[in-house]
Design a protein around this ligand. Structure first.
Ligand code: AMP
Ligand code: MN
Ligand code: MN
Ligand code: MN
Length: 277
């Protein structure tokens, strides 16, 4: 028997994914995934549906979340794996993150109004249903209404730091996010470590704090990682004695280079984070 296929990072309509949780699980099954973690931004709202769908098709679902965490002036993403989504401290913490998110969405929309782009908030609030609004929703809105050509353009021209639609946001501090995950019985993993554009010195500093707070893992293999990316990320895992995770960060069908379960091999000798489940 071949090794099971793990994908420990993806999104549903509970946040900025395109597929409802049950459809996401169905797609993962078709792609040959054996163990899937659903990790929506600052919410556990998709997990019950995903759990049921996984049970129905005989797949293992790891209950997860992706938290936005403050570190100095940066926002880092912390994936929590194998959490108890009913834990009171976690729920209280993410309740506050959700208020921050909603408030930020309104502020981003107000900034867009000043740039001559009306009506984003009501449209996105309606489209997101009970789900969390992220900047990806704004990017899709800007594409849909013809203000930009692509999601990347939307970030480059409006949504990234320093651009007219950017709103600095007071996310919970890194150590607090890690604590919520630990209190909920989960494993905290630093998501996509190379995407923050931090220097080695600052990433080391962040990982030092992360580890001191109880963080245990780092994503070594992500959806579009090159061999060099993997080698670099694995270097940080070794340096900080962190378990290695892998996940596609799948959001939506339609990108031929990014699919559930489609991941490069973990470096030989890595300690996989699933040893902790
Ligand atoms: P938020 O947590 O609201 O700041 O939104 C962040 C989300 O936007 C990420 O999880 C990605 O899904 C998406 N995102 C961030 N940067 C980019 C980018 N440059 N291009 C496309 N999507 C991005
Ligand atoms: Mn996202
Ligand atoms: Mn992320
Ligand atoms: Mn993600």
């Amino acid at each position: 028997m071949s090794d099971p296929i793990y994908d420990l990072h993806c999104h549903s309509t509970a946040s900025d994914g395109a597929l409802p949780p049950a459809e996401l699980v169905g797609r993962a099954k078709l792609q040959g995934v054996d163990v899937l973690a659903l990790t929506d931004h600052d919410t556990v709202a998709g997990l019950a549906e995903a759990r049921q769908a996984a049970q129905d098709c005989g797949m293992r679902l790891i209950q997860g979340i992706e938290l936005s965490a403050g570190f100095e002036s940066h926002c880092l993403h912390i994936v929590g794996l194998n959490i108890d989504p009913t834990n009171g401290q976690l729920l209280e913490g993410i309740g506050r993150q959700q208020i921050t998110r909603e408030d930020r969405a309104q502020k981003i929309a107000q900034k867009l109004v000043k740039k001559g782009i009306p009506d984003a908030y009501p449209e996105l609030r309606a489209a997101a249903g009970n789900g969390e609004i992220t900047r990806l929703h704004f990017a899709d809105f800007l594409v849909k209404h013809g203000y930009v050509a692509t999601q990347q353009d939307a970030f480059d021209r409006y949504l990234s730091k320093g651009k007219p639609g950017y709103v600095p946001t007071a996310w919970a501090p890194l150590a607090e996010c890690v604590a919520w995950i630990r209190q909920a019985g989960g494993v905290a993993v630093l998501a996509h470590p190379l995407r923050y554009k931090l220097s080695t010195k600052w990433l080391d500093k962040a990982l030092g704090q992360f580890k001191a707070a109880g963080g245990q893992g780092i994503e070594v293999v992500t959806g579009r990682a090159s061999i060099d990316d993997i080698r670099l990320s694995y270097g940080f895992a070794l340096k900080h004695q962190l378990y290695a995770s892998q996940g596609s960060d799948f959001h939506a069908p339609g990108n031929q280079y990014l699919e559930l379960g489609r991941l490069a091999a973990m470096p030989a000798g890595a300690n996989p984070v699933w040893d902790l489940f």
